[in-house]
Ligand binder design. Structure first.
Ligand code: CO
Length: 209
């Protein structure tokens, strides 16, 4: 059997399972979505947001890209963020990175990956700004994992610089920003950073509301 056909068959079995447990599962889900979480994660196939957090369809609004970046010129990310915060009214935004991230390792190396080099450039900038801490981490892999953590924090700061987050903080005292890291080796998530609405934003990045 062609490998891709396994996915279509598995989907049929999944539907059967859901209907057995709850006959109106899809009927209810089709009415609306009310996720409380926006997940900004890495595209890595080993870090599936819904599966590692044990949530059901409808609970997490998801955006994934290589190395879980919040790039202020990325219309895709900005559209997802706007819809999640302004319309779905999510209470939490989670930036989830992971140890062993290929994107971060690529940024730490001098290897060329074409257009990816431009995408990953801001990780090189984070390395440049934190060179001492990172080089003290030890081996290449340990340095990459330190950079993974710094990169997550950097993305939270990037979120705080958007007017979407600043307006929601100002007018609705939400969402809380979370920085999590996932370990591919043991499957565990760890909370590294939590930034509450109203936390200080450097003057130059702060808008008037
Ligand atoms: Co990754």
């Amino acid at each position: 059997m062609d490998k891709y056909k396994r996915l279509l068959l598995a989907n049929k079995a999944w539907v059967q399972g859901k209907l057995m447990a709850s006959p109106d599962f899809f009927e209810e889900l089709a009415k609306e979505q009310k996720p409380e979480f926006l997940w900004i994660g890495c595209s890595d196939s080993r870090v599936p947001a819904e599966e590692i957090t044990g949530v059901s369809p409808g609970e997490i609004f998801t955006h994934r890209n290589i190395a879980n970046l919040v790039n202020h010129t990325d219309f895709n990310l900005l559209s997802v963020l706007t819809f999640a915060v302004d319309y779905l009214k999510v209470k939490h935004v989670i930036v989830c990175g992971h140890y062993g991230c290929g994107g971060v390792k690529a940024a730490l190396s001098s290897h060329r990956y074409g257009i990816l080099d431009e995408w990953l450039r801001q990780i090189k900038d984070s390395y440049h700004a934190n060179k001492d801490i990172i080089t003290h981490a030890g081996s290449f892999d340990l340095q990459a994992d330190k950079l993974v953590e710094i990169n997550i924090h950097e993305q939270l700061k990037n979120l705080m610089k958007t007017h979407v987050i600043q307006r929601a903080w100002h007018e609705e005292r939400r969402p809380i920003l979370h920085g999590w890291v996932y370990s591919i080796n043991d499957g565990l998530l760890k909370s590294l950073y939590k930034i509450d609405p109203g936390s200080p934003i450097e003057d130059i990045y702060r808008f008037d509301f």
